[in-house]
Design a protein around this ligand. Structure first.
Ligand code: ADP
Length: 326
């Protein structure tokens, strides 16, 4: 095992609030342990293009409260090619970097796993994604902030919906996973929640909306995960409107506001903890793993499992949401 003297850190894939807090924790913990730290700009693109910057303690001052990522992020197709990854590896070696810490989602971990497998290069991952769709951690960095952004927006929509007798379809992020939709839906008292993990039938949805106990409701809110099988919020709203005209129907797509903003306390603490532990794990020779927190304990999960295993949605929560929004 090579002694770790210099580490690289990058953020990759979709940005998530709390990535900066994670970078800060990695940089400061590494410096505390006498390591040099290199920031790699724009994810794997920066690795290939040699876009490296020396990081000092002050490089990460005043960023813990900021959304986005000071190292910027990118999606990099070239890293998926053999030649691209080879260039990246050679740049790591030329810069005398002994270990890499990547902050991102499942795609980022697939890349990191391949880098380790092909070149035996030490890599550790931090779960940075608003989707909460990684196996091996209760929560991903950014998820809590995104949920809070959604509930603030939906609460505002509820005020106007209630004043006008409106049925609102609110689309939230989640191409493959319904965690944001399910949890924000419960927190906002949504009358229905549509997620990719369950089949959506428009007739059943109308029956739910038209349920007799709901007949005196002044507004209805349906949270739609963008990856729902019946289509996005616009398409579902159109189908419902054709058969159900009791309410004035409106659609709001929350979009990228869900990614931005100052990270919540929960995300800052999670990012700080995982960054701190990731450096210690790298020093102790761990590699090819994502670091997470389960039941308040630090857990290491092989990259392959973190991005491969499907997380299950708790269907009881969907039933509960329906009962509580009667
Ligand atoms: P996220 O990490 O948020 O899931 P992406 O899926 O876009 O985001 O992945 C981020 C980057 O990880 C990609 O742009 C690419 O550079 C790299 N990556 C993803 N899958 C692979 C793969 N199979 N092999 C090598 N690199 C990959």
């Amino acid at each position: 095992m090579t002694e770790i003297k210099k580490i690289g850190v990058l953020t990759s894939g979709g940005d998530a609030p709390g990535m900066n807090a994670a970078i800060r924790a990695v940089v400061r913990t590494a410096i505390y342990h006498g390591l040099e730290v290199v920031g790699i700009m724009e994810g794997y693109s920066g690795l290939i293009n040699n876009d490296f910057i020396e990081m000092h303690s002050h490089s990460v001052s005043n960023i813990i409260q900021r959304g986005g990522t000071i190292l910027r992020t990118a999606r990099c197709e070239e890293f998926k090619t053999k030649e691209g990854m080879k260039k990246a590896y050679q740049n790591l070696i030329n810069a005398n970097i002994n270990a890499l810490i990547v902050i991102g989602g499942d795609g980022t971990f697939r890349g990191a796993h391949t880098l380790y497998k092909r070149y035996n290069f030490p890599v550790i991952g931090l779960p940075g994604t608003i989707d909460n769709d990684l196996f091996g951690t209760d929560y991903t960095i950014g998820y809590d902030t995104a949920l809070n952004t959604v509930i603030q927006a939906v609460d505002k929509i509820r005020d106007t919906a209630d004043s006008h007798n409106r049925l609102f379809f609110v689309e939230v992020m989640g191409r493959d996973a319904g965690f944001i939709a399910l949890n924000s839906g419960i927190a906002c008292g949504a009358e229905a929640i549509l997620i990719p993990e369950t089949k959506t039938h428009v007739h059943d949805l109308i029956n739910i909306l038209d349920y007799e106990w709901r007949e005196n409701k002044k507004s209805l809110i349906i949270i739609v995960a963008e990856g729902d099988d019946a289509g996005g919020a616009y398409s579902i709203a159109k189908k419902v409107k054709q058969e159900y005209s009791k309410y004035d129907t409106r659609v709001t797509v929350l979009g990228h506001i869900q990614r931005g903003g100052s990270p919540s306390c929960t995300d800052r603490v999670l990012a700080s903890t995982l960054g701190f532990e990731a450096v210690k794990a790298a020093i102790s020779g761990k590699t090819d793993i994502m670091i997470g927190e389960i039941n308040k304990k630090i857990v290491f999960t092989p990259f392959e499992n973190a991005s491969k295993y499907n997380l299950k949605i708790n269907k009881n929560m969907l039933d509960m949401a329906r009962v509580l929004s009667l």
